[in-house]
Write a protein that binds this ligand. Structure first.
Ligand code: NDP
Length: 320
């Protein structure tokens, strides 16, 4: 694969980034993806400060390649996470769910590369103005927290690419080499893949959740709870309760009460498939097996190369 700006920026071989998903992205997954030649990310949103310190330490022992930490800006003890990242010299941070202005300059003062996750071209410009090195443009197909405007990856990527000079990493609905090639054809210089890596051996998701991802078919996820924070969930008992609440004209407060605390942990980490919140992308319907992350990674890269060759072949034309 030729070098591009994302490979240069992160000093990685392939522009394939594993998303830092809450409850699913421990040091085992991040270091495996980094060792395979991509960028692995530890998901710090679900980690208490001492837990993040342990994961960063272990990740450093498991790989000498660059890795990143995902930092949701709405995280309650964010100063402690920032300190951990600085103390351990984590080279790259992906921020999400908040204003990129707040922490970007402090991280950059310490030589840390900063990438912000956005759901619109307008927010991509804000991230660029805040000094971010790249953006992840995440479309409507993505699992978990999502944009309010439901812009699909297909529509979002070319707009984000037009709006900013910094490189754009595409996310949302990408889990295969062909999907990666499509995103690059739209102008992305890298891809961020979440759901496919949630269903790997190294993911810290509960077995029940991994199996549910494998079982999920077309139409089994929907974006909901827009009044709180829009989130794409797998349909289950809890999801149906949310739907019933809407039918009964629930207020924002009713919905917050129904959601309660720790639903995501219950579903994704403890494996309670009825009562938990199961955050996963539409691509779950294309995931048919729980595999080692390195195998998933290699398949994506090989399929990307094969599909690229196929499109370049003289046999690929529009004549009958
Ligand atoms: P809730 O408020 O429902 O629950 C908080 C959960 O986070 C609990 O399960 C708790 O674990 C865990 N947790 C980890 N560190 C802390 C801490 N320092 N203080 C309090 N709780 C902590 O939140 P959610 O489950 O919806 O989300 C959890 C976190 O994930 C959010 O705070 C947010 O930072 C992040 N998030 C980021 C997203 C993104 O950026 N894309 C998407 C979704 C969430 P325990 O039960 O062991 O106390």
């Amino acid at each position: 694969m030729e070098m591009n700006r994302i490979c240069d920026l992160f000093d990685i071989q392939y522009p394939v980034i594993q998303a830092g998903m809450i409850w699913c992205s421990p040091w085992q997954l991040a270091s495996t993806v980094s060792n395979a030649g991509g960028l692995g990310i530890i998901g710090s949103g679900s980690m208490y400060p001492e837990v993040l310190r342990e994961h960063v330490e272990k990740c450093k022992q498991a790989t000498d390649k660059p890795f990143a930490v995902n930092l949701p800006l709405l995280y309650p003890n964010i100063e402690e996470h920032i300190q951990t990242i600085i103390d351990y010299k984590v080279p790259i941070v992906f921020t999400s769910a908040g204003n990129p202005k707040t922490w970007t300059s402090k991280l950059k003062e310490h030589g840390i590369k900063v990438v912000h996750v956005v759901s619109s071209a307008k927010f991509a410009q804000k991230a660029e103005a805040a000094g971010c090195d790249a953006v992840v443009a995440e479309g409507f197909e993505a699992g978990g927290h999502n944009g309010r405007e439901e812009t699909t990856t297909m529509v979002l990527i070319p707009q984000a690419v037009q709006a900013v000079q910094i490189p754009v990493i595409a996310a949302g609905g990408i889990g295969t080499g062909r999907g990666m090639l499509a995103a690059m054809a739209l102008g992305a210089e890298g891809v961020q893949i979440g759901s496919r890596f949630a269903a790997t051996i190294e993911s810290s998701a509960h077995e029940n959740f991994k199996n549910a991802i494998v079982e999920a078919g077309e139409g089994d996820t929907l974006l909901t709870l827009k009044e709180l924070v829009p989130v794409r969930l797998m349909k289950n008992k809890f999801f149906n309760e949310v739907m019933n609440a809407y039918t009964n004209k629930a207020t924002k407060e009713d919905l917050a009460g129904l959601l309660g605390r720790g639903r995501a942990k219950k579903g994704m980490f403890e494996g309670n498939l009825d009562e938990g919140e199961l955050e996963i992308g539409q691509i779950a319907s294309l995931i048919n097996e729980v595999k080692p992350a390195s195998e998933v990674f290699n398949e994506i890269v090989l399929e990307f190369e094969a599909a690229k060759k196929e499109l370049q072949s003289p046999n690929f034309n529009f004549k009958a």
